[in-house]
Design a protein around this ligand. Structure first.
Ligand SMILES: [Fe+2]
Ligand SMILES: [Fe+2]
Length: 134
């Protein structure tokens, strides 16, 4: 069973955003499944692809925001940067400890997913207000 899923209200319905969110969620779920079996010592193997998926998604999303003239872009970009810094902090912490536990992962992933969803919804509202989405 998957730990996390996207509620339909979280679907943005524009460009590749939803597919990229789903890629991140899928990655999170497969790692939670692994971590349920015990702590993981291959820390780079977990954080590198996660960070890559997130950075790739943030770049694409910010490009869509730029292209559509979304006024919240600068604040949103700051939120993305903060999120990547938080991932890097947790990466460092797990590296120093020598393992990732299920608890770390769930806590981290929970806040990552929450942040992604919360931050992107104003963009969805904007797209509707502009008539770009109906
Ligand atoms: Fe997003
Ligand atoms: Fe975002």
């Amino acid at each position: 069973m998957n730990q996390f899923s996207l509620p339909s209200a979280a679907c943005i319905g524009y460009g590749t955003i939803d597919a990229e969110h789903q890629d991140i969620i899928d990655f999170v779920n497969s790692n939670v499944r692994l971590l349920r079996q015990g702590p993981r010592r291959d820390i780079v193997g977990l954080f590198e692809p996660l960070r890559h998926l997130m950075a790739h998604h943030f770049r694409n999303e910010e490009q869509l925001m730029r292209d559509t003239g979304f006024p919240g872009l600068i604040g949103h970009r700051g939120q993305h940067e903060g999120l990547l810094l938080r991932i890097d902090d947790l990466w460092r912490l797990c590296a120093a400890r020598g393992r990732v536990d299920l608890n770390d992962a769930v806590t981290c992933f929970d806040s990552v997913i929450d942040d992604i969803l919360r931050a992107d919804l104003p963009f969805k509202t904007f797209l509707h207000e502009q008539g770009i989405l109906r």
